[in-house]
Design a protein around this ligand. Structure first.
Ligand code: ADP
Ligand code: MG
Length: 247
């Protein structure tokens, strides 16, 4: 059996009486996209926050490779290769796309970076940023301030920032949200390629994208995983159709 890159075991997070994630177990293997689907309020974002380190679970464990990272900070997890999409709200609006990506890669390399003067480090960060921008197709927009981008382009910048950290695992929470059809289509194509390099845990509401991309799907309802399996299995599961797909 292939070794999981990311494994979470029995994650429990309560907000008062609400069980936001209730005994959630899942893993992510090399080369795959594992999609996490479920209705609004199911606990998807709460789960992602526990994996990335923004929220501490009440109980359960998170492993990156062999290492138990449950007690580690967001930064320590990022250094170990846990990549997550930056929120649009964390992008620096007046700065260019390129500068935003440079700042993101600086966060993990620990390289110092100044807005005011050029250094050798800037050159390294610049080269890394150019590579990432080319990959996500943002090269022509590199000099544009983030404030002037469309919503879809900002989401692409988020993915670029996550990739700048050279992650071993990528967590994406609704990357297609608010994107037009063209943007979703481009991002889907990109994620299809990217997963071969970086396995992805994908939270997404766009079911066309999920069924096209996911190798495996976990369905979360009221904090619990009610079904887990291949995309075909999930599509045909009567419990899932009733609880989530509404058919
Ligand atoms: P999803 O991402 O699947 O839509 P969330 O993980 O955002 O769901 O939320 C799961 C449940 O936990 C919801 O009922 C939400 O209201 C609740 N919740 C999320 N964050 C908090 C919080 N910080 N404090 C209290 N309740 C929360
Ligand atoms: Mg959410």
């Amino acid at each position: 059996m292939t070794e999981a890159v990311l494994r979470i075991e029995k994650l429990q997070k309560n907000f008062g009486a609400l069980k936001a994630t209730d005994d959630v177990t899942l893993d992510l293997k090399p080369g795959e996209i594992h999609a996490l689907i479920g209705p609004n309020g199911a606990g998807k974002s709460t789960l992602i926050a526990q994996i990335s380190g923004g929220l501490s679970p009440d109980s359960g464990n998170i492993y990156l490779g062999q290492e138990n990272v449950t007690g580690l900070s967001i930064a320590a997890r990022a250094k170990r290769g846990l990549g997550r999409c930056f929120q649009i709200s964390s992008l620096a609006m007046p700065l260019s796309v390129r500068r935003n990506v440079m700042m993101a890669s600086q966060a993990v390399t620990g390289t110092s970076f100044s807005f005011w003067k050029q250094t050798d480090n800037d050159q390294k960060l610049l080269e890394a940023a150019e590579k990432v921008l080319a990959r996500v197709g943002l090269e022509p927009r590199a000099d544009v301030p983030v404030a002037e981008l469309s919503h879809g382009e900002r989401r692409q910048v988020e993915v670029a920032c996550a990739l700048a950290l050279k992650p071993k695992v990528l967590l994406l929470d609704e990357p297609m949200a608010g994107m037009g059809a063209g943007g979703s289509e481009r991002l889907t194509g990109f994620l299809e390629e990217l997963k071969l390099e970086v396995p992805i845990l994908l939270v997404e509401h766009d079911m066309d994208a999920v069924f096209r991309l996911a190798d495996r799907i976990s369905v979360l309802v009221y904090g619990q995983i009610i079904a887990q399996g291949s995309a075909d299995m999930i599509r045909q599961d009567p419990l899932v159709r009733e609880a989530y797909l509404g058919t």
